[in-house]
Design a protein around this ligand. Structure first.
Ligand code: SF4
Ligand code: SF4
Length: 228
């Protein structure tokens, strides 16, 4: 059960304002998604917040409402939610209020990559979005300031009890199983902003270049000169 309080979120929001990149990445994914950035559409990603974050958001803005599912997948998301979590939806990208984005908006598409021996190595990503999220084919565009702030936000959320780095350790292990089947190295943006390649079979990591990792979906055939 989450231990966080609504007032815990003001300092975390205030310290996590950096954009993911100097590029407006939404311009790259939105044209392929009816004009809306993929991560701002509940057709693709439903933001999940704790009850405490929900209370914090409601006190700041009317941007958000409780998510109303429109199909079986959406209904399943709601049904499977823990009692201390809420699925929420905003009024859409055209009405986004940057200062009132949820933690899940700010961190998307990343999660903390945690090793078996509990080291928070850096940021890896929700791999099911590789075919839709432009950033995941261009990891080199992710700004150092964003990485710093994102890492600190995950640590702060772990401290207040809204995130659990141990759960991300399990998620990282799941990623290793998937990438092992795919025979692919796992990209991790290290805490110092550099790239790491993780061998999914052994869990060992080594320094890497963003260009080592394949591009996906509509960006798979891009020439190497594009932003990477
Ligand atoms: S983070 Fe990914 S999905 Fe979200 S706007 Fe940027 S490219 Fe699109
Ligand atoms: S609050 Fe902004 S960033 Fe978050 S889902 Fe809505 S439009 Fe996207």
């Amino acid at each position: 059960m989450a231990q966080d309080r609504p007032e815990d979120y003001a300092p975390i929001y205030a310290a996590f304002t950096a954009p993911i990149s100097r590029f407006d990445c939404g311009k790259h994914c939105a044209p392929l998604n009816g004009g809306e950035p993929v991560c701002c559409s509940t057709k693709h990603a439903v933001p999940i917040v704790t009850v405490a974050e929900w209370r914090h958001l409601r006190a700041r803005t009317d941007l958000w409402h409780i998510y109303r599912p429109r199909d079986a997948v959406g209904r399943q998301i709601k049904e499977e939610l823990a009692t201390d979590l809420r699925a929420v939806e905003c009024r859409g990208a055209a009405r986004c209020e940057r200062e009132n984005r949820s933690i899940s908006c700010r961190t998307f598409p990343f999660f903390p990559y945690v090793t078996n021996d509990r080291r928070f190595l850096g940021l890896s990503y929700y791999w099911t979005f590789e075919d839709r999220c432009w950033v995941l084919s261009h990891l080199g565009v992710v700004d150092r300031e964003f990485v710093d702030q994102c890492v600190r936000a995950f640590e702060a959320c772990n401290e207040i009890g809204s995130e659990d780095l141990d759960l991300y350790r399990e998620h990282s292990a799941a990623m290793r199983r998937v990438f092992s089947r795919w025979k692919r190295l796992i990209p991790v943006i290290a805490r110092n902003g550099g790239m790491l390649a993780v061998d999914p079979k052994t869990g060992a990591s080594r320094p890497a270049g963003a260009g080592e990792f394949p591009r996906h979906g509509p960006w798979a055939e891009e020439p190497a000169s594009c932003a990477s």
